[in-house]
Write a protein that binds this ligand. Structure first.
Ligand code: UDP
Length: 248
């Protein structure tokens, strides 16, 4: 694929978005920066961007195969993802299968309490306001989205959850929760964007309950990159490792 990478058009906390010579496409660069607590804790972990891009690409492919449209086009090389250009919606859509993290800090749930049906929580993506949780009335009053689109987002998120949870459980991983973001493509369709990686999901080993995600960084523990690599080695098959030239 012969794509020319142009100017940086958006710089996030862990990714950069570059324009390309095709106005419909962008390149997403996954960086090694890692943050927690709304940027209060910051570091760089060598090769983290590489692993997150591969893990995200694999999940996007699993979702595309299940008929869910995503921003993903191709992994140009590890760390660099060719994607459809979206106008992002400033919502963080969190789906929860098992109680963990902020849910335990804010509400009287039991650790590891399971949710069936899953809980969908929608936060306003805003560093300035600390990503506050929304309800439908506030989201509409803020002009972030309308009720019909909110329904599409919730329905799609449940489908994404079921697809990824089934996939992960078949590989011996639990999927307590994850955060996704959506945007509009050039025809106004709502499409899954951003990333799906150990930075934005919780993954636990089903047998040992080992934590294999950013909670290790949040809690100041070692072995962050080893955990991310373990997720990659669990979800990638031999064919993936060959086409992306990865040794695990
Ligand atoms: N999450 C995220 N970005 C955020 C907040 C949460 O990717 O700004 C993810 C997080 O990794 C977890 C899920 O969303 O998989 C739920 O996070 P939670 O509300 O428990 O927040 P935390 O306890 O991690 O601060």
């Amino acid at each position: 694929m012969n794509i020319k990478i142009g100017n940086l058009i958006y710089q996030g906390k862990a990714k950069g978005i570059y324009e390309t010579d095709d106005p419909k496409k962008v390149v997403v660069e996954f960086r090694d920066d890692i943050t927690a607590g709304d940027g209060a804790k910051k570091d760089k972990i060598s090769t983290k961007g590489f692993w997150n891009s591969i893990i995200s690409a694999k999940f996007f492919e699993v979702l595309e195969n299940a008929g869910i449209k995503t921003q993903y086009i191709d992994l140009i090389k590890p760390g660099c993802m060719l994607s459809w250009k979206l106008e992002m919606i400033p919502l963080e859509v969190i789906t929860r299968n098992i109680a963990a993290g902020s849910l335990l800090r804010r509400y009287p749930f039991q650790p590891k309490q399971t949710f069936d049906p899953p809980i969908i929580q929608i936060d306003y993506k805003s560093d300035e306001y600390g990503d506050p949780m929304l309800n439908t009335d506030i989201a509409i009053a803020l002009d972030l989205i309308d009720e019909e689109k909110l329904k599409i987002i919730k329905g799609t998120s449940l489908k994404i959850n079921k697809t990824l949870k089934d996939f992960l459980e078949s590989k011996g991983l639990l999927f307590p929760d994850f955060k996704i973001e959506y945007g509009y493509d050039m025809d106004g369709n709502i499409i899954l964007g951003d990333e799906i990686s150990p930075d934005t999901c919780r993954f636990w080993d089903s047998e040992t309950c080992d934590v294999l995600d950013k909670d290790l960084f949040r809690q100041g523990e070692s072995g962050v990159i080893e955990a991310y690599k373990r997720v990659a080695s669990i979800i990638l098959d031999d064919e993936d490792k060959k086409r992306w030239n990865i040794e695990l």
